[in-house]
Ligand binder design. Structure first.
Ligand SMILES: [Zn+2]
Length: 210
């Protein structure tokens, strides 16, 4: 828990620097390819098989489901966490919720460039610092972006993959990413905060570049 808090503080600092260039969760439709399973040694438990899962997009009904709490972290959940991180990195995203890979469970992964956060049953327990508006995109809504108001600081509580309760204090981009991903667990998309005229269309090429 201590180490996680430490990482968060660093993350918040780094996130500020990245806010102009890194905030993107979008990538093109190429993420919808099925990749063969491959080995990767980046998981905490040594070399494990990870898979890139298909990212659900557009009007897929799973994106509007309210995800269910996870009662027990078992091997299947650990594998899901591995796959979600792999899928997020493959898509150049900074966050992914389980519903985006078609699993209606309360699980998110986030990495804004300062390290990976894996959270099961995450909840925002505190918001502070007022709101700030910044451009957002979503891996499930390719080709669009929009300016969304979010709380500047949030405290997020949830379980890590060992089933231990962790608390993360996040600011700026990291706080935004947590708010965006936890919204997914309640079937909320960033476009729900916008009027149609506030949704900006971007080309697939632009999407990929950002
Ligand atoms: Zn999203």
């Amino acid at each position: 828990m201590q180490r996680l808090r430490q990482g968060t503080r660093q993350g918040a600092l780094i996130a500020v620097e990245f806010i102009e260039v890194k905030f993107i969760e979008i990538k093109s439709l190429q993420v919808a390819q099925v990749h063969p399973e491959r080995t990767s040694g980046t998981s905490g438990k040594g070399s494990v098989l990870m898979s890139i899962r298909i990212i659900r997009t557009g009007d897929d009904p799973v994106l509007r489901q309210r995800a269910k709490p996870v009662p027990l972290i078992n091997k299947a959940i650990e594998k899901l966490l591995d796959d979600m991180a792999e899928t997020m990195y493959d898509a150049d995203g900074i966050g992914l919720a389980a519903v985006q890979v078609g699993v209606a469970k309360r699980i998110i992964v986030v990495d804004v460039g300062s390290g990976l956060y894996e959270l099961v049953n995450p909840e925002i327990v505190e918001k502070s610092g007022g709101t700030q508006v910044a451009s957002e995109g979503c891996l499930s809504l390719p080709g669009i972006r929009g300016d969304v108001p979010r709380s500047v600081n949030v405290t997020v509580r949830g379980l890590n993959r060992q089933g231990e309760e962790v608390e993360i204090k996040a600011s700026d981009l990291l706080a935004r990413a947590f708010q965006h991903e936890i919204d997914h667990l309640d079937g909320i998309l960033f476009t729900d905060y916008l009027k149609p005229s506030e949704i900006v269309r971007v080309s697939e090429r632009e999407t990929r570049q950002r």
